[in-house]
Design a protein around this ligand. Structure first.
Ligand code: NAD
Ligand code: GLY
Length: 369
C-alpha cells in the first residue's frame, strides 16, 4: 500500500478528501470504489493519457472492486475545451444510459478536468464527479476547487459551472510520463502559491524546486501537498470567489490570460508559461506602483529562470503592442464595473487585490518588457 497524504476541502456537506500518493491509480479499488454511490463509472480521458497507460491502470483496479467502467477518450489539447466537444461528450455519455448515481471520473490534465467536470454538472442535471489529475498543473490547481468550463470565441473559461468533486485522487506516478515542458509549466502554478501565501514555501522552491523537475518524488510530493493545502484553505473560505480571497489565485493571470488570447489558444503557448511571465509583470507592476521593492520582482524572475520558465513577453514568442494586451485584458472575467483587477504583491507570500491600477502603469510595465 502506498504512503498516503490526506487533505480535505472543508465545504460542509459538500466537503471532500484529497488523497496524494504513489500508485493510487492501481489502488483505486481501495481508494475510489468504496466512495462511489453506485458501482458504475465513466472515465473521461484524452489520447495522451490513455496512451501512457493510466486509463488501463484505473480500469483494472476498478474492475477488481466490481465497478463497471466505460472509458471515453477525447482528443488532447485546449481546442477540446469547446461547445462541440462538450456536446459530443454529453451525447456519448447519454449513449450509455447513465443514472444519477453514476460517477464521471476525469482522468487527465486541466482540459479533461474542466470539460468532464462541466459535463458531470450538466448530465441528468448533475452526477457525481471524481477528479484524477495527471498533470502537475491539474494536481496543484485545476482538479481542486470546483471550477469547470469551456472556451468560446469570446475568451477562455467564459462558460462553465462550479461543480465540486466528491474526491480528488492525486497519483504522483502519472508525472513520470508527462512531457518535461508540461511539468515545468505546472511548476509555475506551484510558484504562484509561494508568491501569494507562503514566503517559506517560496524559499523552499528556490532551494528544491529543480528537484520537482528532476523527478525527485519527495520534492514532488511536498510541492503538490503544500500547494493543495493553500488552495483547499482558500476555496473553503471563498468558494465562489465572492470574498476577494480566491481571486488571489489569479496572481499573474490578468497578464497571462491576455497573452493566451493574443497567442490564439493554438497550443504553442502553455498556460503555465503565460502565468510565469504574468507573475513577473505583476511583481514589476507592484514595484512600479510602490507596493513592493524591485528586488522582489528580481527574485521571482531568478526563481522562474532557474526552473526554465519564461519571464518576458519576448520569451513567450509574442511581440504585442501594450495597447493590444490592454484590449485583451478588458475582455477577461477579471473586469468588474469596467475596471481592470490585478493581484499585486508586497513580496513573496503577500499578495493582495487591487482594483485601482491606472492603465498607464500597466502600459509602462509592458513597454519596459
Ligand atoms: P492539458 O490538460 O492540455 O494537459 C497537457 C498535455 O499533457 C496534454 O497534451 C495532455 O494530453 C498531456 N498529458 C496529461 N497528463 C499526462 C500524463 N500523465 N502523461 C503524458 N501526457 C499527459 O493541460 P493542463 O496544463 O493540465 O491544463 C490546462 C487547462 O487547465 C487550461 O484549459 C486551463 O484553463 C485549465 N485550468 C483550470 C483551472 C480550474 O480551476 N478549473 C485552473 C487552472 C487551469
Ligand atoms: N485557478 C483559480 C481558481 O481555482 O480559482
Amino acid at each position: 500500500m502506498s504512503d498516503l497524504d490526506q487533505l480535505r476541502v472543508e465545504l460542509g456537506a459538500r466537503g471532500y478528501p484529497i488523497l496524494i500518493g504513489t500508485g493510487l491509480l492501481d489502488e483505486a479499488d481501495r481508494h475510489l470504489a468504496p466512495r462511489l454511490a453506485r458501482p458504475r463509472a465513466f472515465i473521461v480521458t484524452d489520447d495522451h493519457v490513455a496512451a501512457a497507460g493510466h486509463a488501463a491502470r484505473l480500469e483494472r483496479a476498478l474492475a477488481r472492486a466490481g465497478v463497471a467502467t466505460a472509458t471515453l477518450v477525447l482528443p488532447p489539447g485546449e481546442a477540446t475545451k469547446d461547445f462541440h466537444h462538450l456536446r459530443q461528450l454529453l451525447e456519448r455519455l447519454l449513449d450509455h444510459r447513465p443514472e444519477r448515481a453514476d460517477t464521471v471520473v476525469a482522468l487527465g490534465g486541466g482540459v479533461v478536468g474542466d470539460l468532464a467536470g462541466l459535463a458531470a454538472a450538466l448530465l441528468l442535471r448533475g452526477v457525481p464527479l471524481v477528479q484524477v489529475p495527471t498533470t502537475l498543473l491539474a494536481q496543484v490547481d485545476s482538479a481542486v476547487g470546483g471550477k469547470t468550463g469551456i472556451d468560446t470565441r469570446h475568451g477562455k473559461n467564459l462558460v462553465g459551472a462550479f461543480k465540486q468533486p466528491a474526491l480528488v485522487l492525486v497519483d504522483l506516478t502519472t508525472l513520470d510520463t508527462l512531457p518535461p515542458r508540461e511539468l515545468r509549466a505546472g511548476l509555475a502554478e506551484v510558484v504562484k502559491y509561494g508568491c501569494i501565501r507562503d514566503a517559506a514555501f517560496f524559499d523552499w522552491l528556490e532551494a528544491e524546486g529543480v528537484g520537482v523537475l528532476a523527478g525527485r518524488r519527495a520534492a514532488q510530493r511536498h510541492a503538490v501537498r503544500r500547494s493543495l493545502e493553500i488552495k483547499a484553505a482558500i476555496v473553503a473560505r471563498d468558494e465562489r470567489e465572492t470574498g476577494g480571497e480566491r481571486a488571489l489565485l489569479n496572481f499573474g493571470h490578468t497578464f497571462a490570460h491576455a497573452f493566451e488570447a493574443l497567442a490564439g489558444y493554438d497550443g504553442r503557448l502553455l498556460h503555465g508559461e503565460a502565468v510565469a511571465c504574468g507573475m513577473v509583470l505583476a511583481a514589476r507592476l507592484s514595484a512600479h506602483l510602490g507596493h513592493a521593492p524591485a528586488t522582489a520582482a528580481e527574485r521571482l524572475t531568478a526563481l522562474l529562470t532557474a526552473l526554465g520558465l519564461p519571464t518576458s513577453v519576448h520569451e513567450l514568442g509574442l511581440e504585442p503592442a501594450p495597447e493590444r494586451v490592454l484590449a485583451a485584458m478588458r475582455h477577461d472575467k477579471k473586469v468588474r464595473g469596467g475596471r481592470l483587477h490585478f493581484v499585486l504583491w508586497r513580496g513573496p507570500g503577500t499578495a493582495f487585490l487591487a482594483d485601482d491600477v491606472p492603465e498607464e502603469a500597466v502600459r509602462d510595465v509592458l513597454a519596459a518588457g
